[in-house]
Write a protein that binds this ligand. Structure first.
Ligand SMILES: Nc1ncnc2c1ncn2[C@@H]1O[C@H](COP(=O)(O)OP(=O)(O)OP(=O)(O)O)[C@@H](O)[C@H]1O
Ligand SMILES: [Mg+2]
Length: 287
């Protein structure tokens, strides 16, 4: 079932100045309920602009954004509905933490939705659990947390709204490898537990290859490609042309295949690579 439809959306910045730029050009795609969509693209390709369209933070200059079949920009009520159903988490969301305690910060979104105190409290506890926050952390000031903890606190604030679509702009940017892995698996757990649709903008081809059901590739404001991990990352040359790359595991196997053409080419994650190389050596031993 389609939950979100972006139809011929265009948007530009700085009209009437020498800096005028077409940030989105006739972008169209749809998202199925429960899907995990990865959005990749070179810097400046329009990824952040695109996701700001999804809850009417920016309005298309032409085209439409339909949520459950309804244009989100119809009137005030439809915009309000989109804001509660599409949870947007910006890049470096920790800069927006401001409350005395993490619990209060996480409660900010659900409180604004007009929910009862009891419901807000329950949502805060549930969201905190998704990001591994215990009571002690919840009662701390967000300013006394590590960088990774601040990030998780901010993301929990969006999760606590339990949006139908959770949209995250570069959620793991700037975290160390362990922090990245941890946060990505927290997002996956949230999705599994809630059945929410998730959209993630990322510069990491490795992260996207590991978790996405489908990938949208933005290039200079246009949607250049849309497809499965295999469909997108088998087009190495096209990605490189757009200033992108393939996952490290894909690149490794592509290089090995120059010498060992019998290796399977369908490799997008470290786990895939390990499996294929182990099978290869097993076959060799048996020969
Ligand atoms: N507020 C703004 N005013 C003017 N131009 C802007 C504004 N925000 C973005 N742009 C321009 O619009 C284009 C698309 O920007 P956007 O931030 O959507 O790209 P992005 O794909 O998210 O890039 P990044 O990977 O660096 O985050 C870029 O050329 C950018 O310079
Ligand atoms: Mg961006």
């Amino acid at each position: 079932m389609v939950i979100l439809e972006v139809k011929n959306v265009s948007y530009g910045y700085s009209h009437g100045t020498p800096f005028e730029i077409a940030a989105l050009r006739d972008v169209s795609f749809s998202v199925e309920k429960g899907e995990l969509v990865g959005i990749i693209g070179h810097t400046g390709s329009g990824k952040s602009t695109l996701i700001k369209m999804l809850n009417s933070l920016l309005k298309p200059e032409s085209g439409q954004v339909l949520l459950n079949g309804k244009d989100i920009n119809t009137d005030k009520a439809s915009i309000k509905e989109a804001r509660s159903k599409v949870g947007l988490c910006f890049q470096y969301p920790e800069y927006q933490l401001f409350e005395e305690t993490c619990a209060k910060d996480i409660a900010f979104g659900p409180k604004n939705m007009g929910l009862s105190e009891d419901e807000v409290r329950q949502r805060v506890l549930r969201a905190a659990e998704f990001v591994g926050f215990n009571k002690e952390l919840l009662n701390r000031s967000p300013f006394d947390l590590s960088g990774g903890q601040k990030r998780r606190c901010a993301i929990a604030g969006v999760m606590a709204m339990f949006p139908e679509i959770l949209v995250l702009d570069e959620p793991v940017a700037g975290l160390d490898p362990a922090g990245r892995r941890e946060l990505m698996s927290m997002i996956e757990n949230y999705r599994k537990a809630t059945g929410a649709t998730v959209m993630i903008v990322s510069h990491s081809m490795d992260d996207i290859a590991r978790i996405a059901d489908r990938i949208l590739v933005m290039n200079k404001g246009s949607l250049a490609e849309s497809g499965t991990v295999k469909e997108i990352f088998s087009k190495t040359d096209k990605l490189i042309e757009m200033g992108l790359s393939v996952p490290a595991a894909t690149s490794l196997i592509n290089k090995l295949r120059l010498k060992l053409p019998e290796l399977d080419a369908d490799v997008y994650t470290t786990e895939d690579a390990a499996r294929i190389l182990a099978a290869f050596y097993k076959r060799r031993k048996e020969q």
